[in-house]
Design a protein around this ligand. Structure first.
Ligand SMILES: Nc1ncnc2c1ncn2[C@@H]1O[C@H](COP(=O)(O)OP(=O)(O)OP(=O)(O)O)[C@@H](O)[C@H]1O
Ligand SMILES: [Mg+2]
Length: 333
């Protein structure tokens, strides 16, 4: 029996192992695959119970594809996703339904996420009904009211429809709907990027509060690494479908070890002048994920690249407790 099986070591809630999600590119009159967009290419990480892992990276780096592949809203091409000890990639239909109760997603756009013809009571009652979580109307209503309370909305909202609400209020409903089925894990995919800056902090604070109250683990996706530092325990930085660096959030932000992480942080104005002496401004475009550079995918935009970076793809190497970086240089940052 392994240590994990005997219960002596706490197993991660989620293990993503060598995940690949490629989208085939088809051409021709009778479409044939002529290549693939390597949206996620060999990505591994874990999320522990009650942990928030931030997933950072520019637009198109593969963040959403990772989140959706974990929940099997997109079928991964290769690799494994293990949740609570079970291989999600091998679940049948019935088991997948049970899994979807434990793992929920909150999307970026609260306007598109809610059915405009339904009332808030119907929107929040639906998952309770589908998952058989409330017996009868009264119990369902009681639970819906509690859900509203948990996202700081009053019962006045029960009979309203999404268009009668502000963006921030709608996102609270989207979050409440995700919580309805009492998940252990939430993928929050850019949950604040569609909102006014003044509202963003409120929603981040709400997520922080809910994570403690409901003992949630979360994959918090954002292109804004500054937003992420506050909420995340650890941060994973991804570029062109690959993991560049992963480690404790404050350390990643205070002392990045990968030039790409430094570049992301350089784009953020920092009120603390003692932090981040070096700055990198990224030049050039993100390469085509259907035809990524050999070796390190970041090397074509990296000011520290060496000829050797075009050779082997750099493996993640340990650079401190719980910290890993996929860069062969250890002499610049
Ligand atoms: N269904 C699809 N078919 C083909 N290519 C796709 C599909 N979905 C995503 N891609 C491509 O995969 C890559 C990763 O996309 P993804 O949406 O995961 O990135 P992202 O990091 O979430 O970006 P953003 O910050 O803009 O949301 C991109 O090159 C994108 O064009
Ligand atoms: Mg996305």
């Amino acid at each position: 029996m392994s240590a994990a099986e005997s219960g002596t070591v706490e197993e991660p809630l989620l293990q993503v192992e060598r995940l690949r999600t490629w989208f085939p590119i088809r051409r021709g009159v009778i479409p044939r695959p002529v290549g693939a967009v390597k949206a996620v290419d060999d990505v591994s990480f874990t999320v522990h119970r009650r942990e928030v892992l931030g997933l950072a990276g520019e637009s198109g780096s593969g963040k959403t594809t990772i989140g959706r592949s974990i929940l099997r809203l997109i079928e991964p091409t290769d690799g494994r996703v293990v949740f609570g000890g079970a291989d999600v990639t091998a679940l049948g239909r019935h088991e997948l339904r049970l899994f979807r109760r434990k793992a929920q997603i909150v999307f970026q756009d609260p306007f598109a996420a809610l059915d405009p013809v339904m009332t808030i009571e119907e929107i929040l009652g639906e998952p309770l009904q589908v998952q058989g979580l409330a017996k009868g109307r009264q119990e369902r209503r009681d639970r819906v009211v509690r859900l509203l309370e948990s996202v700081s909305l009053s019962t006045d909202f029960l009979s309203r429809r999404p268009h009668e609400m502000s963006g921030g209020q709608r996102q609270r409903i989207v979050i409440a709907r995700a919580l309805a089925v009492e998940p252990e894990f939430i993928v929050a995919d850019e949950p604040v990027s569609a909102l006014d800056v003044s509202i963003q902090a409120q929603i981040i604070n709400l997520l922080q509060d809910l994570r403690d109250r409901f003992k949630l683990a979360m994959l918090f996706i954002s292109h804004d690494i500054a937003v992420m530092e506050y909420l995340s325990d650890r941060i994973a930085v991804i570029y062109l479908g690959r993991l560049m660096e992963i480690g404790p959030a404050t350390e990643i932000c205070r002392a990045p070890k990968h030039p790409y992480t430094l570049a992301l942080l350089s784009a953020v104005p920092d009120p603390d002048p003692s932090r981040r002496r070096t700055r990198i401004v990224l030049e050039g475009d993100v390469p085509n994920p259907a035809d990524p550079p050999s070796g390190c995918v970041f090397r074509t935009r990296c000011p520290y690249a060496l000829p050797a970076c075009a050779g082997e793809r750099p493996a993640l190497r340990p650079v401190g407790p719980d910290r890993f970086v996929a860069c062969i240089r250890d002499d610049v940052l």
